[in-house]
Design a protein around this ligand. Sequence first.
Ligand code: ITT
Length: 194
Amino acid sequence: MILIFATHNDYKVIELRKLLPPEIKLYSLTDIACHEEIPETGNSLEANAKIKADYVKYKYGLDCFADDSGLEIEVLGGAPGVHSARYAGDQKDNEANIKKVWKELKGKSNTKACFKTQIYAHIYNQSFSFEGRVDGKIILESKGLGGFGYDPIFIPKGYDKTFAELGEEIKNKISHRAIAVASFLSTLQHIYNK
Ligand code: ITT
């Protein structure tokens, strides 16, 4: 079966290709030559995931899903949250975003944080929503070369290394995205086996 993943983020596509079984052929927006930036005007992860999935469903009429994810830092009242991609400005610069997190956390001892993912899917003219969350903490230095975004500064609970150090195998077992995708997958299996 074919599914369109409504994203321009190549790292997310790489993660999803590893998380979904090979019989699901995954195409990104770039793969279907959709180069527009879909405006993420919602004020929640779920609203933005729905906006991205709806865009593809109504423009192309294809089964699709979108992921909207964010980092929530407890002492910052949940920031950057829905603004994670553009925390330090519209250029979506990971390094600048991380520097802004460090600046905002200066002098604060509580660095508890979590990553959240919302997936919104249109499959066989039905729509579905799934969520995933992983708790952890922020560190005030960058560690590791794997992953993307805030991975080099996030240590998941129960570990002593960042997502960027732990690598894709462990991240793909415990991450916010892996948890949301597991629910998505069990729904897909249920629908396709009917
Ligand atoms: P699309 O909207 O095209 O899918 P995006 O990168 O803009 O791609 P989001 O709107 O979901 O994705 O933005 C979430 C931002 O949060 C993302 O750019 C990263 O900075 C960060 N983020 C999301 N998931 C992450 C992960 O697994 N590890 C580290 N950072 C992550």
